[in-house]
Design a protein around this ligand. Structure first.
Ligand code: GDP
Length: 166
């Protein structure tokens, strides 16, 4: 079996920890639990009959991508870039999150997640933004860690891209 590291990247409170919990443990909790340092979760999935073990790194979240945090990216085969579709501030300046990724990893598969789509009334993300990202060769998914919409699909898509990329 092969193991692959992926990193969750995004501003604070966009739902990185909740997405990992939903994907790995199939649970959701309203309680806001700040990640201190880094938490590594594991889940094995099958892609084209091949079992791969995902090591999912959830990095302590705030808006500043320090040198220390950039170092956590090392060795990643793929990135889940998470924004909050109800909070434009979390994706106004995606380049700020993209540049350390590009600097540390060079070209690497990235899947963009616009999370919290269950909050329909507060949803602000427009489709043209997602289309722009798709043009940059990113997979894009609109998800909810709360009700589970598209969470497995986003992780699965990233893992597939990683398999073809290597
Ligand atoms: P992180 O800082 O990016 O790891 O964000 P968390 O996973 O800790 O989530 C931040 C807050 O947003 C918590 O209060 C979560 O319960 C909430 N949250 C996360 N995902 C969703 C979602 O899909 N829908 C809704 N409504 N709330 C969410």
């Amino acid at each position: 079996m092969i193991a692959k590291k992926i990193c969750m990247v995004g501003s604070f409170a966009v739902g990185k920890t909740s997405l990992v919990k939903r994907f790995v443990e199939s649970i959701y909790s309203e309680k806001y639990q700040t990640t201190i340092g880094v938490k590594i979760s594991k889940k094995s999935i099958t892609i084209n009959d091949q079992l791969i073990k995902l090591l999912i790194w959830d990095i302590e979240g705030d808006d500043v991508f320090t040198e220390l945090k950039a170092n956590y990216l090392r060795g990643s085969s793929g990135i889940l870039l998470v924004v909050d579709g109800t909070r434009p501030k979390s994706y106004d300046n995606l380049q700020r999150l993209m540049s350390p990724i590009q600097r540390v990893l060079g070209e690497v598969p990235i899947v963009l997640i616009a999370n919290k789509v269950d909050l329909i009334q507060e949803w602000k993300m427009d489709d043209s933004f997602l289309a722009d990202m798709a043009e940059k060769n990113m997979g894009t998914f609109v998800t909810s860690a709360k009700d589970g919409t598209n969470v497995d699909a986003a992780f699965q898509d990233l893992a597939e891209k990683m398999m073809y990329f290597d």
